[in-house]
Design a protein around this ligand. Structure first.
Ligand code: PYC
Length: 335
């Protein structure tokens, strides 16, 4: 397969041109281009440059605003709300972040509810600014009804990612970001593009039969990770980032899409905790105990979540990113 090597500056500038050329405002183009470049840089191809295809498609279908200005509201002592106005979540997140951090430092715990946002991005990008600020973070969002609950075969839940981050001072933070489905939908779409079968256990076809054919699973139903355990987490995400914050469930998001095939629309919930507010003078003692835990994990050969991302990042900063010529051409054709 022919590959194309892009420096991070070239990758960002390609993404930015595509987004501006298709009518996204400078503010949205900047945050979205940065996000997909960072996804590619961090070795997360399912949330990297490939996403530009779905982003532009969603715009052309009229299912995302290219220029809505987010409205950030100080809604309660420990709650920030950000109305994305039908645009992608990223600008709303960026504009609400300072108030979320301020409230977390003041109250010890605070929440940001982003409403009316179209969502495609990896959640680790929303957690890292929190861990960089010395805070513990949690984020989740529903998507479209693509995933069957354990025991069923019909799509009901979204891929419903959950991300969690723990600050580690000068060391890279502990951050996991995982779909509650067996894989992100983007992974299945990438297998389809590459003409490869998917692993068993990712989904069933439209007759409810296990399948490794990516198209059959996209047309049928994806499965949760860990059977009923992943299913319970997926339901929790539906509730926390749906009804709790006055936004859509994945089934409602898919109904709203009305067959257009756009990216999911709804809410995202982000929680932040300030260890120094919980622990006062003792914070450093207990944060050191967290390091003991991480050391004990690594001493058995276990990898800390996020480690691979930081290795990929360091490499991409030196060597740039590599994508297939086909993907590069498909992205260039969007300009
Ligand atoms: O790939 O799981 C996914 C996804 C969620 C929202 C958009 N894509």
């Amino acid at each position: 397969m022919t590959m194309v090597n892009l420096s991070l500056t070239e990758a960002y500038s390609l993404a930015h041109q595509v987004l501006r050329g298709n009518g996204f405002s400078e503010e949205h183009a900047t945050v979205v281009a940065r996000n997909v470049t960072n996804g590619e840089r961090d070795g997360c191809a399912s949330h990297g440059l490939w996403r530009l295809l779905g982003i532009v498609d969603t715009l052309r279908k009229g299912k995302v605003s290219p220029d809505a200005v987010p409205v950030v509201t100080d809604s309660a002592p420990a709650i920030v709300k950000a109305d994305a106005g039908g645009a992608f979540s990223l600008l709303a997140f960026e504009q609400a972040l300072p108030l979320l951090i301020e409230k977390t430092r003041h109250c010890g715990i605070a929440a940001l509810a982003i409403n009316r946002c179209v969502h495609f991005s990896a959640l680790f990008a929303d957690i890292e600014p929190l861990t960089d600020a010395g805070l513990v973070g949690y984020a989740c969002t529903p998507s479209h009804a693509w995933v069957a609950p354990a025991g069923g075969t019909l799509p009901l839940f979204g891929t419903n990612p959950i991300a969690f981050g723990w600050p580690r001072g000068e060391r890279p933070p502990f951050i996991f970001d995982m779909a509650t489905s067996a894989a992100a939908r983007g992974e299945i779409q990438l297998h389809l593009r590459a003409g490869k079968p998917i692993p068993e256990g990712w989904g069933v076809d439209s007759d409810g039969q296990p399948s490794t054919d990516p198209q059959a699973v996209l047309d049928g139903a994806m499965l949760t990770f860990g059977g009923h355990k992943g299913s319970a987490f997926a339901a929790m995400v539906e509730l926390l980032a749906g009804p709790l914050i006055g936004d859509m469930t994945s089934a409602e998001s898919l109904a709203w899409d009305d067959g257009a095939g756009g990216l999911p629309y709804g809410g995202e919930l982000i929680l932040a905790f300030d260890p120094t507010r919980f622990l006062g003078q003792e914070a450093h003692v207990h944060l050191a105990r967290a390091e003991t835990l991480f050391d004990a994990m690594q001493s058995q050969g276990a990898r800390l979540p996020g480690e691979r991302r930081f290795v990929a990042r360091a490499k991409a900063e030196q060597e740039g990113v590599v994508i297939t010529r086909t993907l590069y051409d498909d992205i260039c054709a969007l300009r």
